[in-house]
Design a protein around this ligand. Sequence first.
Ligand code: NAD
Ligand code: MG
Length: 297
Amino acid sequence: MTDRLTMQDPREQYAKPPFPKQPQPVPGLAAKMDPQPDHGETSYKGSGRLAGRKALVTGGDSGIGRAAAIAYAREGADVAIAYLPGEMTDAQDVIALIEAEGRTAVALPGDITDENWCKQLVADAVAGLGGLDILVINAGHQQARDSIAEVTSKDFDVTMKTNLYAMHWITQAAVPHLKPGSAVITTASVQAYDPSAILLDYATTKAGIVAYTKALAKQLIEKGVRANVVAPGPFWTALQASGGQPPEKVMTFGEQSAFGRPGQPVEIAPVYVLLASQEASFTTGEVYGVTGGAGIA
Ligand code: NAD
Ligand code: MG
């Protein structure tokens, strides 16, 4: 394949639909995806922009979080990743990649819908890394449902707990550790402002993440800490293949972007690097879209 940074037509750079039908149970595994997503395993090259930094990435086992974790390690950071115990195999791949850079990796398996675990995982990250100065809230739950009638209280609760409550619990526990120059980065979606009918509960949480992060940014600047949001469009990740979209929609996923394809996780990693680094020293309370020119249909 042509090097990622060689000048080329971005529409032709990565796989296009149609993709094979590939339903997976929740949580999906990156290792089972066809084609394999590019999280930067061989394609992301660092340049020391996060030398010596200490980062916690929730959902760092797969997808966008894995791409951020790999990029952070390549940029010189030690990285802790939080994930569900059922994702251990994906997580082990990421741990090995972080360690291959000579950086410290901390594995944090557990369920973030549990408040106590959210507090514990932050404590474990701080202990394992020897501090914390980059917090990436990226873990998310998304299940497509055709009708409001199908969204049970249990469904609604899991989506709220994973996407909103856990963000609050983890951020609340992390803030006392953040020194001036630290950065918080949350992960919303184009769904925050252009919601799909089938993602009622999920889209609601993504709008909430934007509001929360903007309010947080106003609080944290008094500590010299920045907070920003990344708002992805369609990315080729296990979230979509494990019920985030109906199985037949996964086969055409990304078709409606201006590029005619989904984004690959490595294509959003540079934004997570920028927002974490001191290069973004005048940037807070912003929402960075990386959508391929359009949202998810
Ligand atoms: P992904 O499935 O690879 O990552 C999501 C991660 O969330 C999982 O790997 C899992 O570790 C974590 N997670 C979910 N429930 C959890 C729980 N109860 N406890 C602990 N961890 C839990 O998918 P992704 O697409 O990379 O998702 C990352 C973020 O990007 C999510 O917030 C998602 O909403 C957002 N996003 C994705 C897309 C897309 O098209 N893929 C678009 C917009 C926004
Ligand atoms: Mg995963």
